[in-house]
Write a protein that binds this ligand. Structure first.
Ligand SMILES: Cc1cc2nc3c(=O)[nH]c(=O)nc-3n(C[C@H](O)[C@H](O)[C@H](O)COP(=O)(O)O)c2cc1C
Ligand code: SF4
Ligand code: SF4
Length: 253
């Protein structure tokens, strides 16, 4: 079973590549969280696969993935692996995941980072087209090597990319991001909005309701799917996204 979360399609692509190669079920974390009850129970056989595939947000896991992990109950002893996708580096994301799983009596057997095109257009901009293509090509190769390790159930492979100053990034900047960087107040839609409701449908936390225009509730995991996937570029986040590019993985476009 491969659990995934994805805003703009990178992690979905990675999860799909693995699920297809391993003949495993692909399960959306956002959809699982819509289920009733506080505990989400899954049963595994001894050699079964349990994968977590998700994007890195401010050098840690998206809150929605942490929420999911806090609700799961795993029966059996599957082989557990994780794949974080990010634009540059993951900081201490795998270490944080390991800690959260340890609380549940679980542990990651192997972990991987895949560098993919950047979608964080609030702080930065999308990658130049050449770099985007290069990252997508390299990601395919990395996913082949991940599939090879996972097929063999290799343990102790930590092929991750923490980058520089990972302690500061994950330990200091991440809590600041979660506290101050996830407000929905700066979101707005311009008059270009056609009320197609795509943003409402794709928001993983169902916080958007399209009336005259989209209206945002309080909850938001900051996946930026609404901004990137609006077909007419009507959605902005304050002034920060006005002059920035938009990115969606080619398989999600
Ligand atoms: C809120 C937010 C924070 C991000 N933080 C990081 C980061 O700390 N390091 C990094 O390399 N990329 C960062 N990124 C880029 C994404 O991790 C990267 O583009 C990822 O592959 C997107 O996956 P998705 O298409 O499955 O949503 C961030 C993106 C967002 C939206
Ligand atoms: S996706 Fe864009 S055009 Fe469609 S309703 Fe949302 S803001 Fe409007
Ligand atoms: S409001 Fe936009 S950025 Fe926030 S969770 Fe929904 S789609 Fe993602």
């Amino acid at each position: 079973m491969i659990f995934y979360f994805s805003g703009t399609g990178n992690s979905l692509f990675a999860a799909r590549q693995i699920a297809e190669a391993q003949n495993e079920q692909l399960v959306s974390i956002a959809e699982e969280l819509q289920k009733e009850g506080s505990v989400l129970e899954y049963e595994f056989g001894g050699n079964d696969l349990l994968g977590f595939v998700f994007p890195v947000y401010a050098w840690a896991l998206p809150e929605i993935v942490l929420d999911f992990i806090s609700r799961i109950k795993i029966r059996g002893k599957p082989y557990i692996f994780s794949v974080s996708t990010c634009g540059d580096d993951e900081g201490n994301t795998t270490r944080i995941l390991q800690k959260e799983l340890n609380r549940k009596g679980l542990s990651v057997d192997s972990a991987f980072t895949v560098i993919m095109p950047n979608n964080y257009i609030i702080g930065f901009d999308v990658d130049e087209k050449e770099l985007e293509s290069e990252k997508l090509e390299n990601a395919k190769k990395k996913l082949d090597s991940i599939n090879s390790a996972v097929s063999k159930r290799q343990k102790g492979v930590f092929d991750i990319i923490p980058g520089r100053f990972s302690g500061i990034k994950s330990g200091i900047i991440n809590p600041l991001f979660n506290r101050f960087g996830r407000s929905t107040k700066p979101f707005y839609a311009t008059d270009e909005c056609t009320r197609c409701k795509i943003c409402e449908k794709i928001c993983p936390v169902h916080t958007i309701k399209v009336k005259e225009k989209p209206v945002w509730g309080k909850q938001c995991t900051q996946c930026l799917a609404c901004i990137h996937r609006c077909p007419v570029r009507a959605i902005q986040y304050g002034k920060m996204t006005v002059k920035k590019g938009r990115y969606v993985h080619p398989d999600t476009r």
